[in-house]
Design a protein around this ligand. Sequence first.
Ligand code: AMP
Length: 117
Amino acid sequence: MDNSSSESIFTKIINREATADIVYEDEEMIAIKDINPKAPVHILLLPKDPIKNLNDFTQTHTELLGRLMLKAAEIAKKLNIADTGYKIVINTGDHGGQIIDHFHLHILGGQRVKAVV
Ligand code: AMP
């Protein structure tokens, strides 16, 4: 039976069942270029574990969250947007504008990024 339809596009990318422009990968996370960039630099950083969103994180994920934040800053430096600045966005659920139910950070930079708040 083909269960691929229950996988999110991000899981397919992680499993190399779909292609993406990968800018970083290790055993627990992957960073890809957003397919529909909202800024000159728009990267998505996600854990390989398909945690749905911030609501599903627990105390056991404290260090993973820390490593994701540190990796986001490292990627920003590598892509030369750290000094000029960037925005990290985490959409959570329907009202938060989350479309893909696999937790991810947006890293946006390369020009001034509009804020909602
Ligand atoms: P969100 O609204 O926070 O769930 O953001 C999902 C993001 O994933 C959007 O910015 C999309 O442009 C992006 N996206 C959707 N499909 C792909 C894909 N195949 N490769 C890269 N980014 C994607």
